[in-house]
Design a protein around this ligand. Structure first.
Ligand SMILES: Nc1ncnc2c1ncn2[C@@H]1O[C@H](COP(=O)(O)OP(=O)(O)O)[C@@H](O)[C@H]1O
Ligand SMILES: [Mg+2]
Length: 230
């Protein structure tokens, strides 16, 4: 499958603080790539740097176009969606209104979204603030899909969710992959990441310290112990 996102030698900074030290990463069409690591490893910063939210250097190419130096809204229009860790739903707006806010120039019919997420369809006129944490996470994901992205970056979507909702999020990501989207997933839950990913990358201290298949990571207790287990 075609490579969509190509990150080479990415460095990123919060003010004077240098947090990414030459990250290389690819995401192809129709694959789920997970970024794993302990807290502070640099996973969220990688997603933010791709979205143009951090000062960065190196190269981030999406469908061949260099994104470094572009503004957030320009990057989003290229078909790259980002679902941050903080579930950003507007609590007083209805589910439907929240979804409509996600529309870009390229539009997805809202009916397609209801089909993808029947639980949300049943509650389309409910204020988003009244949804459960899991439902808000789904809404956040669905809103980012309204702009018809080709690649979606999702930061810890299962954080704080009940086990059945964790499975629902995982199934949802697999459904997106089946539609040909690329998914770059930051995940804390190793079992879920290993279950749904095509490839996994482990980060430590702002660098990629392991890259391989879920099978290769399962077979590598040294990497898990050094970089993942607490
Ligand atoms: N807003 C911020 N200002 C300054 N430093 C930050 C900020 N957010 C994260 N960092 C630092 O950047 C590094 C990487 O953090 P982060 O990308 O959030 O890691 P992860 O998502 O893997 O837990 C850490 O050293 C963290 O302390
Ligand atoms: Mg993070």
């Amino acid at each position: 499958m075609k490579t969509m996102l190509e990150i080479r030698g990415l460095h990123a900074f919060y003010g004077q603080s240098h947090v990414l030290h030459g990250v290389d990463l690819d995401v192809r069409q129709g694959e789920i790539v997970s970024l794993l690591g302990r807290n502070g490893a640099g996973r969220s910063s990688t997603l933010k740097a791709v979205m143009g939210m951090l000062r960065s250097s190196g190269s981030v190419r999406f469908k061949g176009v260099e994104l470094i130096g572009r503004k957030i809204f320009q990057i989003a229009r290229h078909g790259l969606a980002y679902v941050p860790e903080e579930r950003a739903v507007f609590p007083t707006l209805t589910v439907q209104q929240n979804l409509l806010l996600g529309q870009q120039r390229e539009r997805v019919a809202i009916e397609d979204m209801w089909q993808l997420m029947p639980q949300l369809a049943a509650r389309k006129h409910v204020a988003a603030g009244l949804l459960s944490g899991g439902e808000q996470q789904m809404l956040s994901l669905c809103r980012s899909l309204m702009g018809k992205p080709q690649l979606i970056m999702v930061d810890e979507p299962t954080e704080g969710l009940a086990p059945h909702m964790v499975q629902a999020v995982a199934q949802h990501l697999l459904a997106l992959r089946a539609q040909g989207l690329g998914v770059l997933l930051v995940e804390q839950k190793l079992d879920i990441a290993l279950e749904i990913s095509d490839r996994v990358l482990v980060m430590g201290h702002g660098r990629i310290v392991f890259a391989g298949t879920p099978h290769e990571l399962r077979a590598n207790p040294a990497v898990r112990q050094k970089w993942l287990e607490v």
